[in-house]
Design a protein around this ligand. Structure first.
Ligand code: IMP
Ligand code: MG
Length: 179
């Protein structure tokens, strides 16, 4: 797949992403008003640029933590489970938590992560995803905040990869194969 030639067509510009994150941050500030400190949890690796920009727009006391999970493994689609590759460093019991994801696709990953983190009994637990592909959903899951809804296209850039490439593009683009 990766040896096939492709071009990347810009779908969402860097400027549009920045404007959207600024608006989302204001909404998150309102939602978590009065928090002592918000634990912002980035799901590695795709969210690393998004979380970096988001926390700089948040006028709240924040702590940043990361988690890496895999929802795929060799499991059959219907029995996808979350496998923790790297767990949080900090405790979240009784704390306010915001999980930051790059894309909600089938919904398994974020749904599983939220279920897992809820079992640790945080005070408030919410999620934000930069991109959402609602047409691909396999489980009934809705993120509290979404940056942009996109069609069923494979996207890269702004932290998101195709076979570990293109994470460093400043915009979101669609991969289009040319052969
Ligand atoms: P889900 O469990 O199907 O919702 O999986 C979401 C994960 O699949 C995201 O965190 C991405 O890592 C990956 N993913 C889904 N769509 C894309 C895409 O268009 N480009 C790159 N990765 C994607
Ligand atoms: Mg991912």
């Amino acid at each position: 797949m990766t040896d096939k030639a492709y071009v990347i067509d810009e779908l969402i510009s860097a400027k549009a992403i920045a404007a959207r994150i600024e608006a989302l941050a204001k909404d998150i500030e309102t939602s978590f008003a009065g928090t002592e400190k918000l634990v912002v949890v980035g799901l590695l690796r795709g969210s690393f640029i998004f979380i970096a920009d988001l926390v700089r727009d948040l006028d709240l006391a924040v702590e940043v933590d990361f988690m890496e999970v895999s929802s795929y493994g060799d499991a059959m689609e219907s029995s996808r489970e979350v496998r923790i590759i790297k767990d949080l460093r900090g405790q979240i019991e009784g704390r306010d938590v915001l999980v930051v994801e790059d894309i909600v696709d089938t919904g398994h990953t974020l749904n599983n992560v939220i279920t897992l983190l809820r079992s640790r009994e945080p005070a408030r637990l919410k999620s934000i995803a930069l991109l959402d592909k609602p047409s691909r959903r396999e489980v009934d899951f809705k993120s509290d905040w979404i940056g942009f809804e996109i069609p069923d296209e494979f996207v890269v850039g702004y932290g998101i990869d195709f076979a570990q490439r293109n994470r460093n593009l400043p915009f979101i683009g669609a991969v289009r194969f040319t052969e």
